[in-house]
Design a protein around this ligand. Structure first.
Ligand code: NAD
Length: 479
């Protein structure tokens, strides 16, 4: 028996059954039933957020702190249950599901603290006797549109700063992961948010998301998802002269130099390329390896791949869960076929796996002998698929790493201080890792990339303030 989860509009849970979500580890398991909003509900949610803004934006820091802290405490207390539910609907492993839930709790805690640290500046004017104050104010109604691959952390890192800085919200989660979205909204609602401050509209991107893009009353949109949808968000936002922030795809390079510690490099590759079933915008899908270590590195990676336990996300022994759904599985398989057609050698995996329950299981795939010009090197696959590009030396490795339409993360495995330092300075990515996987970042520092990966101010940490506030400069004649 599943319970119907409804949308939250102006403080009321509303809606009839419209969709359900499926456990990708066991397609016979229906996780839940969810109301599906239409354009009218989206408009009501936007109107409610607009009406709630004047009061919420003027509420004192303590009111906002109380809600965010309470939400953080409840998420942390329920981390195992929420993490399990997340793993059940998205297919990441139990450990990853619980880890992501803890991260969401930490994000709410961080931004609870930020409400008490908000400050401005006061400077003397160039005109004697006049004072100038610079303060930050909430932007207004913020539309939050999120993808399926981090069902609780991404909503948390958008909702928490939006609320902390006095904005009101219309939140549209990805269709595949409504349970995690509903849970976070339920917790915040019960934590004492006034009606209309946070509205949840579950439903189709082309319907609910589009209604948000088309509304002149949405003052800012924070979007994470694919490049294609990001471009639509950008075009619609320019039309309405609204603020927007886009976090999109990646084709992140991991450079492995001859002098790398082999064990560290293999760990970075396995974790970065394949954990979370490769479904991370920060996944290292391009492994750029210099000649002297190439064969040893490839042999060691294949050995590790062979030992990985691929199975039901809810089984504690599983290291790689299923692909999220049939559409993504087809995309992964299509790219594996493209890689072979392009002449790369499929050296490991790439085939579907049968498990006790029907699910979208795929053996992680490794291509060798690929070039950076191939489609598998240039386009985001978003699955457990990586390709090795063999290079002569560090200079070629850096050039190949930077030759991409994306620029989210990059990594290098080396014991050379010179190359590590040079790479940090010259890698054209928003985040650079040395002897660490390209995926896996801290919650209290900025997150974002360049080129096709990101647009607008950074997310997370104190840098989130840039997007969720607008600056006011006030002049006073003191007399
Ligand atoms: P997607 O673009 O298909 O969907 C993202 C969201 O946009 C969903 O909520 C969807 O319903 C909504 N949407 C779809 N059409 C819309 C429209 N016309 N108007 C408004 N909203 C619409 O992306 P996805 O498949 O859910 O997520 C995978 C993508 O997300 C990958 O490209 C991945 O790299 C990216 N991603 C990026 C980051 C990052 O921070 N850079 C993090 C996670 C995921």
């Amino acid at each position: 028996m599943t319970v119907l989860r409804k949308n939250l509009i102006d403080g009321e849970w509303l809606g009839e059954a419209g969709s359900h979500n499926i456990n990708p580890s066991n397609t016979n398991d229906v996780v839940g039933e969810y109301a599906s909003a239409g354009p009218e509900e989206a408009r009501q949610a936007i109107a409610a957020a607009k009406a709630a803004f004047p009061s919420w934006s003027r509420s004192g820091p303590l009111a906002r702190h109380a809600v965010l802290k309470k939400a953080s405490d409840e998420i942390m207390a329920r981390k195992d249950e929420i993490g399990r539910s997340l793993a059940r609907e998205e297919g990441k492993t139990l450990a990853e599901g619980v880890g992501e839930t803890i991260r969401a709790a930490q994000i709410f805690d961080f931004f609870a603290g930020e409400t008490l640290r908000l400050s401005g500046e006061m400077v003397p004017s160039v005109r004697p006797g006049v004072g100038v104050e610079m303060t930050r104010e909430g932007v207004g109604v913020v539309g939050i549109i999120t993808p399926w691959n981090f069902p609780i952390a991404i909503p948390a890192w958008k909702i928490a700063p939006a609320l902390a800085y006095g904005n009101t919200i219309v939140f549209k989660p990805a269709e595949l992961v409504p349970e995690s979205a509903w849970t976070i909204v339920d917790i915040l609602h019960r934590a004492g948010l006034p009606k209309g401050v946070l509205n949840l509209v579950m439903g189709k991107g082309s319907v609910v998301g589009q209604a948000m893009l088309d509304s002149p009353d949405v003052n800012a949109i924070s979007f994470t998802g694919s490049v294609g949808t990001g471009k639509r968000v950008a075009a619609a936002s320019v039309e309405h002269m609204r603020k927007f922030q886009l976090e999109m795809g990646g084709k992140n390079p991991l450079v492995v130099l001859d002098d790398a510690d082999l064990a560290v490099a293999v760990d970075c590759a396995i974790n970065g390329a394949y954990f979370s079933t490769g479904q991370r915008c920060t996944a290292s899908s391009r492994l750029i390896v210099t000649e002297g270590i190439h064969d040893r590195f490839v042999d060691a990676v294949k050995e590790r791949l062979d030992k990985l336990v691929i199975g039901d996300a809810l089984d504690a022994k599983t290291q790689i869960g299923p692909v999220v759904d049939q559409t993504q599985l087809k995309q992964d398989e299509d790219y594996i076929a493209i890689g072979r057609q392009e002449g790369a050698e499929l050296a490991f995996g790439g085939e579907r796996l049968e498990r006790e329950t029907p699910g979208f299981y795929l053996r992680p795939a490794l291509f060798l002998g690929s070039t950076n010009a191939m489609r598998i090197s240039r386009e985001e696959i978003f699955g457990p698929v990586a390709n090795v590009i063999r290079v002569k030396d560090y200079d070629e490795a850096l050039a190949v790493a930077n030759d991409t339409p994306f620029g989210l993360t990059s990594g290098i495995c080396t014991t050379s201080l010179k190359h590590a330092t040079h790479f940090k300075r010259n890698s054209e990515a928003g985040m650079v890792m040395v002897n660490l996987p390209t995926a896996g970042v801290d919650f209290h520092v900025p997150f974002g990339g360049r080129r096709g990966s990101s647009y607008g101010p950074r997310e997370q940490g104190r840098y989130a303030m840039e997007f969720y506030t607008t600056v006011k400069t006030a002049y006073t004649l003191a007399g």
